[in-house]
Design a protein around this ligand. Structure first.
Ligand code: ZN
Length: 362
């Protein structure tokens, strides 16, 4: 199994790719079919490209109460991407790869694409699944099981909604009442992202306590009730239907915590309980995991050890990139992030640039 190697990407490299992608070179790259040239070159080719999506829905609504940055593409943009990918690559998933490896330990994949969808939003069923059927493709969905058939929206949608409803001074006041004090020097930095960075850096119990408190303050003092948001996640019936339709269901844990911040007991619970429940509900095997949030600080050697112990064969993070030809660990797989408003030429350019970067780093 020597066909992917963990590629260490520094942030500055990612920024370079982003910068180049956003300039006028995107249409040129696409017009010259650079990505398709790369695909044909044995030196540049990436055997398995993994893409990371969250939601597929309209993005023109300024009143959308959910986290806007989680909208990866509109249905029309996604259809364009899918049409391009299915024409030039073969769509697969981790279950298929696992079976191929078991049949042939020297299995050497080529020109494969895995589309992954984090969190388990309902739009996978309404927008993505019909298109997968149309293009005869597969994908992987990563639901956090606690939010399936729950009346409560996922924690970051609730927190984001509450903070979006407040002015900076109100955020400072609400956060202070919840135990997060700001130095005068900090105050000008306070915005929604500041609060999100804070909750990702503290222990899981402190995160739950802080979020509970700040949501209560928002409701009491500012009349913002995030619990009134409608939960827009898939239900089990829809999950079973897409699974029967050939979609892999992976795990995104039970409650979407930062796994490096949870206790050892909770770590085992988050990894095993979500896997067991999905297996029970679908009758299929869960082979892959997506780390919640997925940045470099959200998984560690200790977390990976527990992921292996729970029986997962693959784990994906949210580091932007492609995986190299020789891969010692299947538990820190990078993904190409698909984020809002990517034209097809930008989508193809990012694919080309990330593949070139990988070849240069060999
Ligand atoms: Zn997530």
């Amino acid at each position: 199994m020597q066909w992917w190697r963990f590629l260490d990407t520094q942030n500055k490299d990612v920024d370079t790719v982003r910068f180049l992608s956003a300039t006028a070179i995107a249409p040129c790259f696409a017009a010259l079919n650079c990505d398709l040239f790369i695909k044909k070159s044995s030196f540049l080719n990436v055997p398995v490209l993994v893409f990371a999506y969250h939601r597929i829905r309209g993005i023109d609504s300024s009143t959308l109460p959910y986290e806007r940055e989680l909208i990866s593409a509109t249905p029309a943009q996604f259809e364009e991407q899918l049409k391009f990918l299915t024409k030039h690559y073969t769509l697969t998933n981790f279950i298929n790869i696992s079976e191929s490896i078991k049949k042939d330990p020297d299995y050497s994949p080529k020109n494969l694409v895995i589309l992954t969808f984090d969190d388990g939003y309902l739009d996978f069923y309404t927008e993505v699944f019909p298109l997968l059927k149309k293009f005869k493709g597969t994908a992987v969905v990563y639901p956090s099981t606690q939010y399936i058939e729950s009346d409560t929206p996922i924690w970051f949608d609730q927190l984001g909604f509450a903070l979006d409803s407040l002015q900076a001074e109100q955020i400072i006041e609400a956060a202070s009442q919840s135990g997060l004090e700001f130095l005068n020097a900090d105050r000008h930095l306070v915005d929604k992202n500041y609060i999100f960075r804070h909750v990702k850096s503290i222990s899981d119990s402190a995160r739950l306590e802080f979020i509970g408190s700040i949501l209560a303050v928002c409701k009491r003092d500012y009349g913002v009730d995030a619990s009134q948001l409608k939960n827009e996640m898939l239900n089990w019936e829809q999950i079973r239907e897409v699974f029967k339709g050939g979609v892999e269901i992976g795990s995104h844990t039970v409650s979407h915590p930062i796994l490096t911040n949870v206790t050892q007991t909770n770590l085992a619970y988050e990894l095993t309980k979500s896997k067991e429940l999905i297996e029970e509900k679908t009758g299929g095997k869960v082979v892959s995991l997506a780390y919640p949030v997925g940045g470099i600080e959200t998984f560690s050697e200790a977390v990976i050890k527990e992921v292996k112990k729970a029986g997962y064969e693959f784990a994906v993070c949210y580091l932007d990139g492609v995986n190299d030809a020789v891969q010692p660990s299947m538990y820190e797989l990078k993904r190409i992030r698909v984020e809002e408003n990517q034209s097809l030429s930008l989508f193809r350019t990012r694919l080309a640039l990330l593949s070139i970067k990988r070849a240069i780093k060999r």
